[in-house]
Design a binder for this molecule. Structure first.
Ligand code: UDP
Length: 454
């Protein structure tokens, strides 16, 4: 056993990025690594409800917050935070590292930085510190993103990321074949999204170049061929929340664990679990159809309805809905999702296909009904339905609405499909094995820790 290594982890400020990097930080802390988790004050205010005390170490992790450069009242939904962080945070990170080193804490052995924050890796290069880029989304998308310069050279996309030539690309047998118009940075109808996505692609390319390791929340066996496409790739997932933690540090919302005792009372493999992550927003019409679809299915359901799930200011259910489903439906604002998916009563997962939700569903062997909302979720849906064959997609009607009848019919088809069930169980075993003591992800993590200690 060598000296105690010290890393600084820097997440992109969104729920689906903070949570998995926090899980990785716990994995490292459990193995004796000292972790400083550097986030913005805005995010700190969202996660502090689960922390015992400001400034104190939590399970071996020291959480530090710095300003992101925007006013406190700014809602940070317009992408401005990306530029603002890149302007003000390199200085904060550099100062933090200097202070730590001067205070006798010893050297920083590595920074672990979300691939979307290339500036933090530049700081580490400047200060001569080792670097790991952290990829909390599908590795196939990272592989696609690093093709960007080549695609531009070949005249398939222009320098704004707009697709110029319509072609089908399949980078590896484990990835869905994609038309170049489907690539996530191609959003000509939405210039703001396109600009943000292009910025991400450039940051990802920079991150891959500047990093000694690329740690990803996935497992080798899910698609071994990706290793030929991405240098220094180290899958270390699926990352799970530590069982000893009462509350999930890193969660923006307080989990409502009453749904676990409710699940205990439901028959095995009976409950339809419905959750769309932290960002998805439904129109009132679509929300009503979903509610009525859950009612129509007639099975027990557990539905996560965040207070901002619909476009309106309040959540409004169809007339009489809550009374009619009171005996078999449970609605919560935020669930302990990992525990819900692992519960024996859970039968299937209606999901927006965020990468964290996808990996959590894979490792618990729960089949999916996929209902992507934006960007990478469409790619994840293709993996779920077409490549791994562990779920079914929903087809919208002529007005773009997923009807209550479509929801009922797909859930019924999914629950009768023995092939999908068998595939889900196979992947569950593979995922579990990868994080078992001798599994590929555990070994990758151990090797990483060994290497940063040297
Ligand atoms: N999550 C949760 N409780 C909920 C809904 C979601 O704990 O009620 C967690 C979920 O387990 C996952 C994360 O929130 O770890 C959402 O990340 P994902 O990548 O699936 O979606 P995003 O929020 O980024 O769209």
């Amino acid at each position: 056993m060598g000296r105690r290594a010290h890393v600084i982890a820097v997440p992109y400020p969104q729920q689906g990025h903070v949570m998995p990097l926090m899980k990785l930080s716990h994995r490292l802390a459990e193995r004796g690594v000292k972790v400083t988790f550097l986030t913005t004050e805005f995010i700190y205010a969202k996660i502090m409800w689960a922390l015992p005390q400001k400034g104190e170490e939590h399970s071996g992790i020291h959480i530090v917050s710095v300003p992101d450069g925007l006013e406190a009242e700014h809602d940070r939904k317009d992408g401005m935070v990306i530029d603002s962080m890149a302007k003000v945070m390199p200085g904060h990170l550099e100062e933090l590292i200097r202070k730590m080193e001067e205070s006798g804490e010893g050297r920083i052995d590595c920074v672990i930085v979300d691939t979307l924050l290339g500036w933090a890796l530049e700081v580490a290069v400047k200060m001569g510190i080792n670097r790991a880029a952290f990829c909390p989304y599908a590795v196939g998308l990272l592989a696609m993103d690093i093709q960007f310069p080549k695609l531009m050279e070949a005249g398939i996309v222009d320098s704004n990321g707009t697709t110029v030539k319509d072609e089908v690309i399949q980078l590896s047998p484990g990835m869905p074949a994609m038309n170049t118009t489907e690539i996530i940075w191609n959003s000509p109808d939405n210039p703001m999204v396109q600009e943000i996505m292009l910025g991400f692609v450039l940051s990802i390319n920079q991150a891959v170049k500047l990093s000694n390791w690329i740690l990803c929340n996935s497992f080798y066996e899910l698609d071994p061929s990706l290793h030929d496409l991405i240098p220094n790739l180290r899958p270390i997932g699926p990352l799970l929340m530590s069982n000893h933690l009462q509350q999930h540090v890193g969660s923006f919302w307080q989990e409502d664990s009453t749904c676990l005792s409710w699940l205990d009372k439901q028959p095995p493999c009976s409950v339809v679990y419905v959750a769309f992550g932290s960002i998805t927003i439904f129109s009132q019409h679509q929300f009503d159809e979903l509610a009525l679809g859950l009612e129509l299915i007639g099975r027990p359901f557990l539905w996560v309805v965040r207070s901002d799930l619909t476009a309106g200011s309040d959540i409004v259910y169809p007339d009489g809905f809550k009374d009619r489903v009171a005996h078999h439906g449970k609605i919560v604002m935020w669930a302990p999702q990992q525990k819900v998916l692992a519960h024996p009563s859970t039968a299937c997962f209606i999901t927006h296909c965020g990468w964290n939700s996808t990996t959590e569903g894979l490792i618990t062997g729960v089949p999916f009904i996929s209902w992507p909302y934006f960007v990478d979720q469409f790619y994840n849906e293709r993996c779920i339905c077409d490549i791994w064959k562990v779920g079914l997609g929903l087809s919208p009607d002529k007005d773009g609405i997923i009807s209550r009848h479509e929801i009922k019919s797909k859930v019924e088809s999914l629950l009768c499909d023995q092939g999908i069930r068998a595939n889900a169980l196979k992947l569950k075993e593979m995922a579990r094995k990868s994080i078992s003591e001798d599994g590929s992800s555990s070994k990758n993590l151990e090797d990483f820790i060994e290497q940063i200690r040297c």
